[in-house]
Design a protein around this ligand. Structure first.
Ligand SMILES: C[S@@+](CC[C@H](N)C(=O)[O-])C[C@H]1O[C@@H](n2cnc3c(N)ncnc32)[C@H](O)[C@@H]1O
Length: 280
């Protein structure tokens, strides 16, 4: 990853996803490479497909698909450090010729109409204004092309107490990441696709916990236990050195505990894999 050494004040100034990329965290979506492969299958990605990954982060999934399938993947992210790291990853993984990484905004995708066979987001659309973003996705898709998303969901009906807790977690994630963050119900995800003009919409709910084989694949994808330990140690070091970073991580931890460690809330959340098609 990008080998630069920053001072604590510089790190404190960083946007959240720049900082995570600086630490070397390769991806954030639940489901790991297994869910990315499932999205690729559902979107019929083949060797000759041209794929756009919006909010590609450090390029883990983009490189994974390029390597596994041989398709051409363009990764777009609004944060610049993850994009630099994605370019570096593509060289390291020998998929430089099959990938292109650019800094840009999901609301103003710098490609003309009908440029892509598939558009994918993984833990990105939940941060976006769906109406604006999905109308951009459908614009840049070819007729008959697929959009595939992996995003968090929350149930519609629940008791007031877990509802208030999940609302609190959403506020925490928005504050920590600096992006507005909203988990939607599966029906709402369906409606966002429909409103943008997509057809053949399928929304499949998944629990937020990984099966053993996906956990192993995720650990491997992150570079193994030694690499994960290295990232954790760097994180701890910055937490010791900076009150601002300590606060950031303890807030994040609070949000995660609300969603995943609390018996009353965790049954009401998970992630959806959503597939939809641009009409011919
Ligand atoms: C949770 S991370 C997910 C990264 C990657 N897709 C993954 O699964 O690891 C969300 C990413 O969305 C990017 N993002 C947020 N708003 C964006 C926008 N308007 N346009 C492009 N990227 C955006 C962030 O910079 C960040 O890299």
């Amino acid at each position: 990853m990008v080998k630069i050494k920053l001072t604590i004040p510089e790190i404190e100034e960083m946007e959240y996803y720049d900082f995570m990329s600086y630490l070397g965290v390769p991806f954030f979506h639940i489901g790991g490479p297994g869910s990315t492969e499932e999205l690729a299958r559902s979107c019929h990605i083949k060797k000759d497909s041209i794929v756009l990954m919006v909010g590609c982060g450090s390029g883990f999934s983009a490189c994974h698909l390029a390597k596994k399938i041989g398709c051409f993947v363009v990764g777009l992210d609004v944060a610049s450090l993850p994009v630099e790291n994605a370019r570096k990853r593509a060289i390291e993984e020998n998929v430089e010729e099959l990938t292109e990484f650019i800094t840009g905004d999901a609301y103003n995708i710098p490609f003309k109409e009908a440029s892509f066979d598939v558009v994918i987001t993984e833990f990105v659309s939940q941060f976006l204004d769906k109406n604006r973003a999905f109308s951009e996705f459908i614009r840049v898709l070819k007729a008959g092309g697929f959009a595939g998303i992996n995003e968090m969901y929350r149930d519609d009906a629940m008791e007031p107490r877990p509802k208030a807790k999940i609302d609190e977690a959403e506020i925490i994630f928005a504050e920590v990441t600096g992006f507005s963050f909203k988990m939607h119900t599966p029906d709402e995800w369906h409606r966002f696709f429909k409103h943008a003009g997509f057809t053949d919409i399928r929304i499949n709910k998944h629990r937020p916990f990984l099966k053993m084989k996906d956990s192993i694949a995720s650990v491997k994808a992150m570079g193994g236990f030694v690499k994960i330990a290295g990232i954790t140690l760097r994180m701890l070091r910055y937490m010791i050195l900076s009150k601002i970073i300590r606060r950031r991580f303890s807030q994040l931890d609070k949000g995660k505990r609300i969603l995943f460690n609390n018996r009353s809330t965790r049954k009401h959340v998970g992630y959806i894999l959503g597939i939809a098609r641009k009409p011919f």
